[in-house]
Design a protein around this ligand. Structure first.
Ligand code: NAD
Length: 283
C-alpha cells in the first residue's frame, strides 16, 4: 500500500517558518499585504478566497478581498488593478478565477504588475518560468515539486505524466518538472489512449477536475500519484484519482483533501512574503 504524501502536515511545517519570517519583517516595520479580486458569485471561488484569508491571518499577512458584483465591467476591474499596482502599501494582488463571461481574464492578468503577481500568471512571469529564471511560481505547481522533494522522491530522469494542461496547474507543473530534469508528457482532453501513457509513468500528476478519472489500471506498480483535482461528488470532496484502489498500487499518493490543496494556499503566502521582501530590498 502506498505511503501518504501528507501535504497538510508539510504545509503546517512551512507555515511555522513563514510565520517567523513575517514576524521579523513586522519588527522592521514591514507587513506583507496583498489583495484578492473576486468577481461574481462562484461558490467555490468564495470558499477559496476565505481559505486564503484564514491562512493569511495565521501567517500575520494582511489580505484584502475586493468582492465585485457579477455584472462588473472589464474597465472597472482594470481600474482597480491599476490602483493596486500603483499603491506602495500593496505588495501583491491576484484575480480569483473563473471570472464571469463578460470579463476577459487574460487581459486582467496581463495588467497585473509582474512584481506584485503572487499567482505568477502574468505573461512575464510565465515566460520566466519556462526560461528557468523565475522568482515566483504558480503555487500549486511549486507545492507539488516541494512535496515530492520533501519526501525525497527524485525527479531527475523520471517519466512524469501530467494530465491537464491549464495555465494555472498543468503547464506550470510540466515546466517545473522539466527543470528538475524529468521526462515530461502532458495529456489532456484530446489525448488518445490515456491509460497507455499513464501506465508508463513513474510519477502521475492529475489536474483535470474529473472525479475518478485515474483508476488502478492506469497506474503502474510503485508509481507516485499526485492528485490535484477538487471535485464534489455527493457532497464529498474527492480528487481525480480513485484513491482507495490506486493507493494499493502506488508507492506514494496524495489524499484529497489534505494533499496538494493546503500546499497551494501555503505557497501563495510564501509568494506574498517573497515579493514583499524583494520590494523592500530584502531578497
Ligand atoms: P481546467 O478546467 O482549466 O483544466 C482541466 C484540464 O484537464 C484541461 O487541460 C483538459 O484538457 C484536461 N482534461 C479534462 N478532462 C480530461 C480527461 N477526461 N482526460 C484527460 N484530460 C482531461 O482546470 P484546472 O484549473 O487546471 O483545475 C483542474 C482541477 O484541479 C480542478 O478539479 C480544480 O478544482 C483543481 N485544482 C486544485 C488545486 C489545489 O490546490 N488542489 C488548485 C487548482 C486547481
Amino acid at each position: 500500500m502506498g505511503k501518504i504524501l501528507d501535504g497538510k502536515a508539510f504545509a503546517n511545517e512551512l507555515g511555522q517558518n513563514l510565520k517567523e519570517k513575517v514576524k521579523k519583517l513586522k519588527e522592521e516595520g514591514i507587513t506583507p499585504h496583498f489583495c484578492v479580486i473576486n468577481i461574481g458569485d462562484d461558490p467555490a471561488s468564495k470558499i477559496y478566497v476565505r481559505t486564503k484569508k484564514r491562512r493569511a491571518e495565521k501567517m500575520g499577512i494582511i489580505q484584502d478581498i475586493y468582492q465585485m458584483p457579477a455584472d462588473t465591467k472589464q474597465e472597472e476591474v482594470l481600474a482597480l488593478i491599476d490602483k493596486l499596482n500603483a499603491d506602495p502599501e500593496i505588495n501583491g494582488l491576484m484575480v480569483q478565477l473563473p471570472a464571469p463571461e463578460q470579463i476577459d481574464a487574460d487581459a486582467l492578468l496581463k495588467r497585473i504588475d509582474p512584481n506584485k503577481d503572487v499567482d505568477a500568471l502574468t505573461p512575464a512571469n510565465i515566460g520566466q518560468l519556462w526560461m528557468e529564471n523565475h522568482f515566483v511560481e504558480p503555487a500549486t505547481a511549486e507545492g507539488i515539486i516541494a512535496l515530492l522533494k520533501h519526501y525525497q522522491i527524485t525527479l531527475a530522469g523520471k517519466r512524469v505524466v501530467v494530465i491537464g494542461r491549464s495555465n494555472i496547474v498543468g503547464k506550470p507543473v510540466a515546466a517545473l518538472m522539466l527543470e528538475e530534469n524529468a521526462t515530461v508528457t502532458v495529456c489532456h482532453l484530446y489525448t488518445k489512449n490515456l491509460a497507455e501513457i499513464t501506465r508508463q509513468a513513474d510519477i502521475v500528476v492529475s489536474a483535470t477536475g474529473q472525479a475518478f478519472l485515474v483508476n488502478a489500471d492506469m497506474v503502474k506498480d510503485g508509481a507516485v500519484v499526485v492528485d490535484v483535482g477538487m471535485n464534489h461528488v455527493n457532497g464529498k470532496l474527492v480528487g481525480d484519482v480513485d484513491f482507495d484502489n490506486v493507493k494499493e498500487k502506488a508507492s506514494y499518493i496524495t489524499p484529497v483533501p489534505g494533499g496538494v490543496g493546503p500546499l497551494t494556499v501555503q505557497f501563495l503566502m510564501e509568494a506574498v512574503v517573497k515579493l514583499t521582501r524583494r520590494q523592500n530590498g530584502r531578497e
